[in-house]
Write a protein that binds this ligand. Structure first.
Ligand SMILES: Cc1cc2nc3c(=O)[nH]c(=O)nc-3n(C[C@H](O)[C@H](O)[C@H](O)COP(=O)(O)OP(=O)(O)OC[C@H]3O[C@@H](n4cnc5c(N)ncnc54)[C@H](O)[C@@H]3O)c2cc1C
Ligand SMILES: *[C@@H]1O[C@H](CO)[C@@H](O)[C@H](O)[C@H]1NC(C)=O
Ligand SMILES: *[C@@H]1O[C@H](CO)[C@@H](O)[C@H](O)[C@H]1NC(C)=O
Ligand SMILES: *[C@@H]1O[C@H](CO)[C@@H](O)[C@H](O)[C@H]1NC(C)=O
Length: 489
């Protein structure tokens, strides 16, 4: 046993960066497939949970069902498919603790850069530990760093915002002591965050207006599920069935939207009109200019978003900001929205690899030049897994396919005494490329030049659908497209 030695000198078989869903899940898969692996999870924050630790705005919740957003190895047992942020945070913490994963957490360890040392066949990570620089060494690294910048959201370009005398809040940094009782509020944005915030803020504020440049599709999903099945089926079977049910329904719904956009529009329109009060017209406020699921579709539990329009405290405005004034927002249409507080729910600032500078023997890696091998590793970067989940269904489903694949690869390397595995593409110029995230949302479009690429053949293919990706994770060839070396160090 050289475990004590390893951990005291900061040398590990594996270093996982990030203690969110992806990091915790990767740790589980590695423990399961390679129980003797020594590993550390380096996390910049003071606790686990990632997104669910960072975001604290009122009403914060998932918009995926937890049966598929939760871990397959720790089924979500509550009856509500959509859960609030605090419950998800607790669930992640408890799931990690139940498998001893929490013993590997190193909080306030922010990774600044990592450099692959060919001579030593190892990564050297430069880590900021509470302002002090330390080095960690790992034979393999998994980036569970999420997909956006934690420090800087997408800058909100709102003309005249500097004139405003009230409070401006960004959902990514919601002040927990912000008192908005009886305040007039304007939420700028139309994405999942704005849609979550509105009903929640309307409970205490005197008035909340959602100001959007263009609308999104919003769909109500029922919360409690009490059917005959819940009373008669054993719970292990019920949990499996519920998961499969949610998998299939969301898969079918996505494909329905993409294949029959007009029918999908009609379905969403009818459902929306039925839930709106008479004074809020469907057109223009709920009539997006794109087809369903070209951008991430927003869900709301039991129609809470629509319900809040009925008591007169919430409303919606669609238009462009002419200028922000001292006490509100003037639209180009001439409409004036009074505000004590402006919330800029304008989106995430996409970032891959948590801002870590990655280099191989001192040469920096520029992501947009690189293809993704099986959506799990970067071309020309040895022993480094990248976890990128789905943007059009539960993140975890795809994140798990990658974790399983990386576990298999590490196992194969161990058995065959391979010290490094590098994705190599002989003729990258012949590969047709597309950016790694394929939704048209503004924040994803803004990030095109930061993302790695995916190709159109072999192991360079983009993500497919859950069923294929699951299969790939478990069975796809893990040698095609990889160059292996055995170097004794
Ligand atoms: C408000 C909100 C709601 C969402 N709702 C859903 C949903 O319902 N369904 C869904 O599928 N997806 C949702 N998402 C996307 C969501 O981010 C992912 O589903 C999931 O939480 C990602 O998990 P992760 O572990 O990959 O990344 P994150 O949760 O982002 O965690 C990454 C972790 O890595 C750490 N880290 C990053 N860089 C470094 C570094 N350099 N050094 C050390 N540590 C680092 C971070 O501190 C963080 O803890 C939502 C996102 C947001 C912002
Ligand atoms: C997600 O998008 C991909 C590509 O557009 C599609 O093939 C897949 O079916 C979608 N998945 C789900 C679950 O909606
Ligand atoms: C994005 O929009 C373009 C044109 O506006 C369209 O051709 C393309 O199919 C869209 N992509 C997705 C993934 O919806
Ligand atoms: C994987 O593909 C390679 C060729 O790229 C082949 O030689 C090898 O046999 C395949 N492995 C398996 C397990 O099928």
């Amino acid at each position: 046993m050289n475990v004590t030695h390893s951990s005291s000198s900061n040398e590990y078989d594996l270093i996982i960066i990030g203690a969110g869903i992806s990091g915790i899940n990767s740790a589980y898969r590695i423990q399961e497939q390679l129980p003797s692996t020594t590993y550390a999870i380096l996390e910049g924050r003071t606790g686990p949970g990632g997104t669910w630790d960072l975001f604290r705005y009122p009403g914060i919740r998932s918009d995926s069902d937890l049966y598929t957003f939760g871990f397959p190895w720790a089924p979500w047992t509550k009856p509500n498919p959509i859960a609030d942020g605090a419950s998800i945070r607790e669930y992640l913490k408890d799931s990690a603790a139940a498998h001893g994963i929490d013993r590997h957490f190193h909080f306030q360890h922010k990774v600044i850069s990592m450099n692959w040392l060919s001579d030593e066949q190892t990564w050297r990570l430069e880590v900021d530990v509470n302002g002090e620089k330390k080095y960690f060494y790992g034979r393999f690294v998994i980036l569970g760093t999420g997909y956006y910048n934690y420090q800087q959201p997408l800058p909100a370009v709102i003309p005249g915002l500097e004139n405003f005398k009230g409070t401006v809040v960004h959902p990514q940094f919601w002040p927990e002591d912000l008192d908005y009782t009886d305040k007039k509020m304007v939420v700028i944005g139309s994405g999942a965050t704005a849609i979550t915030l509105l009903p929640s803020l309307a409970e205490k504020a005197s008035r909340v207006t959602m100001l959007q440049r263009s609308p999104s599709y919003v769909m109500s999903v029922p919360q409690e599920s009490d059917t005959w099945a819940h009373r008669w089926l054993p719970s292990w079977l019920l949990l499996k069935l519920t998961r499969i049910q949610f998998l299939i329904i969301s898969y079918m719904f996505f494909n329905f939207c993409r294949t029959f956009p007009n029918a999908a529009k009609w379905v969403l329109r009818s459902a929306t009109v039925k839930q709106l009060p008479a004074n809020i017209p469907h057109d223009p406020h709920f009539k997006p200019t794109y087809n369903p699921w070209e951008q991430r579709l927003c869900f709301c539990p039991d129609g809470d978003f629509f319900k809040c329009f009925h008591n007169g405290k919430a409303d919606v405005a669609t238009g462009h900001v002419k200028t922000v004034t001292e006490d509100g927002i003037l639209l180009e249409s001439g409409q004036k929205l009074d505000a004590d507080i402006i919330v800029t729910a304008t989106g995430l600032n996409i970032q891959i690899a948590g801002g870590i500078e990655i280099s191989v023997d001192g040469s920096p890696i520029h992501f947009p030049d690189k293809f993704l091998w099986r959506f799990s590793m970067l071309q020309d970067v040895p022993n480094c897994g990248v976890i990128i989940g789905y943007t059009n269904s539960s993140w975890t489903l795809a994140a798990d396919a990658t974790a399983v694949l990386l576990g298999r690869l590490m196992n194969y390397m161990k058995t065959n005494k391979i010290t490094s595995a590098v994705p190599r593409l002989e003729h990258p110029e012949q590969m047709k490329s597309a950016p790694a995230l394929n939704l048209n949302s503004t924040y994803i479009k803004a990030a095109r030049d930061k993302l790695p690429k995916t190709g159109d053949s072999g192991p360079w293919l983009t993500r497919q659908n859950y069923f294929k990706d699951y299969w790939n994770g478990r069975y796809a060839n893990i040698t095609t497209g990889l160059e292996f070396s055995r170097v004794s160090t």
